[in-house]
Design a protein around this ligand. Structure first.
Ligand code: NAD
Length: 245
């Protein structure tokens, strides 16, 4: 895989899958636009990616702030001239409460970031992809969006929305040379570890372990590569064969 000519935007790039994805794209030669609300950690990722020899722009950006997303994407396009690949990775997921105990404000908070944030960034980036007749959108969803996690109804619903958004958008932009896919990780934790290869034993997968940030990054990079040119409108689970609890 070679991304020498490509500009890649990753949201939520300060830790975890987003950080591993940014670093893997940097190794493969891409120029990077990285967004996160955890700006100090994002500065460290900029330094790590920069040390691999690539150009990196970082932005302190809450993806649920539509106006800020518009500003940031416009500045990135002014700087690099285009965005070829969009990885919608930023999301809230740490939660555990019964549906009856979950305030509706919490539903709104999760939908504002996980769904509307994804919509704002995608809407801001798509015109540059349409103008050049080529683009790749990869949305990070979750097995929770496929099976539904107990005591995570609001989170699961946001990821179900991201998966159906992916399938719909793929059909709308296929003729413009843009593919749109989702990846749905199983368990990949904890995100704060420096080691992108970190895994733990897990009873939630038949492979008996969690997935690593690096394994998720590899799948995302593959979907952005020329090798994945005939894959669109798909949700690809990366879960070690999930036990559907
Ligand atoms: N870790 C898992 O087990 C797991 C499993 C399935 C799916 N996922 C999905 O993978 C993605 C990454 O998760 P992770 O566990 O690697 O990292 P994480 O959830 O720890 O971090 C995500 C990053 O997004 C940033 N972020 C959160 N809200 C934001 C906002 N409003 N604007 C901008 N940035 C924001 C955070 O600061 C953080 O750096 C998420 O979409 C998550 O739902 C994770």
């Amino acid at each position: 895989m070679n991304f020498q000519e490509k500009v890649v935007l990753v949201t939520g790039a300060a830790v975890g899958i987003g950080r591993a994805t940014a670093l893997r794209f940097a190794e493969l030669g891409a120029r990077l636009v990285l967004l996160d609300v955890a700006f100090e950690k994002l500065q460290r990722v900029r330094d790590e990616a920069g040390a691999l020899g690539t150009k990196v722009l970082i932005f302190d950006c809450d993806i649920s702030d539509e106006a800020r997303v518009g500003e940031v994407v416009a500045e990135a396009v002014r700087h690099f001239g285009k965005i070829d690949v969009l990885v919608n990775n930023a999301a809230l997921w740490r939660c555990r409460s019964a549906f009856v105990d979950t305030p509706t404000a919490e539903w709104r908070r999760f939908f504002d970031i996980n769904v509307m944030g994804t919509v704002y960034v995608t809407q801001a980036v798509l015109p540059t992809m349409i103008a050049q007749g080529w683009g790749r959108v990869i949305n990070v969803a979750s097995v929770a969006g496929v099976y539904g996690n107990r005591n995570m109804a609001h989170y699961s619903a946001t990821k179900g929305a991201v998966i159906s958004f992916t399938k719909s958008l793929a059909k709308e932009v296929a003729e413009q040379g843009i593919t749109v896919n989702a990846v749905s990780p199983g368990s990949v934790s904890p995100a704060e570890r420096e080691d992108v290869n970190y895994t733990q034993p897990s009873e939630l997968s038949y492979l008996g372990r969690t997935g690593s940030d690096k394994e998720n990054a590899e799948l995302i990079c593959f979907l952005a590569s020329d090798g994945a040119s005939y894959i669109t409108g798909q949700n690809i689970q990366i879960d070690g064969c999930r036990r559907k609890l």
